[in-house]
Ligand binder design. Structure first.
Ligand code: ZN
Length: 149
């Protein structure tokens, strides 16, 4: 990856972590779950409002590092309006992207591309995946807290 691209991604992550999109409590949530990454101290609640099979709205509340907050911000932007199946596919694609030895190629303007840099920092991968894991637990009706450990 070029240095310019790396700087750009750094910039996107910082921007999302400073001014997270969709941050707050979603009163009309139809499902929610809590996630915990003890390795870093990240805690997150993810709220989803489903209308049939479609994700009408998604919000989160997080106390955590820049990576976890930025990932939650990008995730909620992305999944709003998706069907549950599409959102699950996006989760799988994201995991592949940051953990697979041979990750799929992404367009530079793909929102998730900004997080590909965490591949270089194995301990940060859990920060990036926590919001997605928690979101997935919410869809599955998760009563228990999700933990990365
Ligand atoms: Zn973290």
């Amino acid at each position: 990856m070029s240095t310019d691209l790396r700087d750009l991604y750094q910039e996107i992550i910082l921007d999302h972590s400073r001014k997270p999109h969709n941050s707050g409590h979603l009163d009309e949530a139809t499902c929610e779950a809590q996630g915990n990454n003890p390795l870093c101290g990240d805690r997150i609640s993810v709220y989803v409002k489903l209308d049939g099979d479609r994700i009408q709205d998604a919000m989160f509340e997080a106390r955590g590092c820049a990576i976890s907050v930025a990932s939650a911000s990008m995730m909620t932007d992305m999944i709003k309006g998706m069907t549950v199946d599409d959102a699950k596919a996006a989760h799988a694609r994201f995991l592949e992207l940051i953990t697979d030895d041979d990750p799929p190629q992404l367009a530079d303007d793909d929102q998730l591309a900004a997080l590909i840099g965490v591949r270089d920092f194995p301990t940060r991968i859990k920060c990036a995946t926590l919001p997605w894991q928690t979101f997935s637990a919410a869809l599955d009706g998760g009563a228990d807290e999700v933990t990365t450990e």
